[in-house]
Design a protein around this ligand. Structure first.
Ligand SMILES: [Zn+2]
Length: 158
């Protein structure tokens, strides 16, 4: 894989989080990741009081890893089953790459030159259509998307 691929995947993850994760889910992801890396903070008495000595809400209060995973799973329901990443245009799409019509000859593969003769269309080399740029388009499975969005480790749980 290449850097463009990583960049586009990261952009997709960012866009998805922005559009589908509210503050609660974002927090669930953050705390669940923390939990995975450092162990459950609630195992000790650290989150026993719902507020700290300054009256601020203890963000761990009420946290449960299982519940966090359920909330995250729900927020991931809108993910496409597959994503197509175009590393040439550095763009992504959830629909399969399509053939495109040549706009110059309107799919006929022929155009008329200044002398009025029918000639092969230069734009599409007489094909009339453009094949998708398969060499530069990567298909990304849903699990890879989840890894990009919530982190590799947490993706095993949601
Ligand atoms: Zn053409």
């Amino acid at each position: 894989m290449n850097k463009a691929y990583d960049r586009v995947l990261e952009t997709f993850a960012k866009d998805y989080r922005k559009q589908h994760f509210d503050a609660e889910v974002a927090k669930a992801v953050r705390l669940a990741n923390y939990d995975l890396h450092f162990g459950p903070p609630c195992a000790s008495d650290c989150c026993a009081p719902a507020t700290d000595e300054h009256g601020n809400e203890n963000e761990w209060s009420g946290f449960s890893f299982e519940e966090a995973c359920i909330a995250i799973k729900e927020a991931l329901e809108d993910l496409p089953s597959k994503l197509y990443i175009d590393v040439m245009c550095e763009d992504y799409s959830d629909s399969e790459p399509q053939y495109e019509d040549c706009p110059v000859c309107d799919k006929s593969g022929m155009t008329v030159n200044d002398e009025g003769d029918e000639i092969k269309c230069d734009n599409c080399n007489g094909e009339g259509i453009f094949e998708p740029d398969y060499e530069n388009i990567y298909e990304v499975e849903r699990l890879q998307l989840i890894k990009a969005i919530v982190g590799k480790e947490l993706s095993n749980y949601v």
